[in-house]
Design a protein. Structure first.
Length: 123
């Protein structure tokens, strides 16, 4: 990756904050095929950066996928969001959420609020 992610692309700005699919497989202790299946099933989100599919590292915390991430990804998909748009929404600054973004709030007490907001996008 380059020194930083361009500001117009959604997601973490620090290249070290992104994992390749093999890195995710290693972190989750599953096969790369399982990671691809998780992406297809919207349990994880991956986007291309410099021609390589990558996943934000903070979505795969403590050797597991954030508990509420699959539900939020499905709600965003139901609202018509593609992967880039969903990632942009997850990392959109929101001072009313703990951590400052929906992605950060998913790992804490405000996960239900993030899901509620994602659900409201469909209406």
């Amino acid at each position: 990756m380059t020194d930083s992610v361009p500001a117009d692309l959604p997601g973490p700005r620090d290249p070290a904050a992104w994992l390749t699919l093999p890195d995710v497989a290693e972190r989750l202790d599953v096969s790369i095929s399982k990671v691809h299946q998780m992406i297809r099933d919207r349990e994880l989100i991956a986007v291309r950066r410099d021609g390589v599919r990558r996943i934000p590292a903070d979505l795969v915390a403590n050797h597991t996928v954030l508990k509420h991430l699959p539900g939020v990804l499905n709600l965003l998909a139901d609202a018509g969001y593609d992967d880039e748009e969903a990632l942009r929404w997850l990392y959109l600054a929101d001072p009313t959420l703990a951590g400052g973004t929906p992605a950060a709030a998913l790992g804490g007490d405000q996960a239900r609020e993030v899901k509620r907001r994602a659900q409201a996008l469909g209406f």
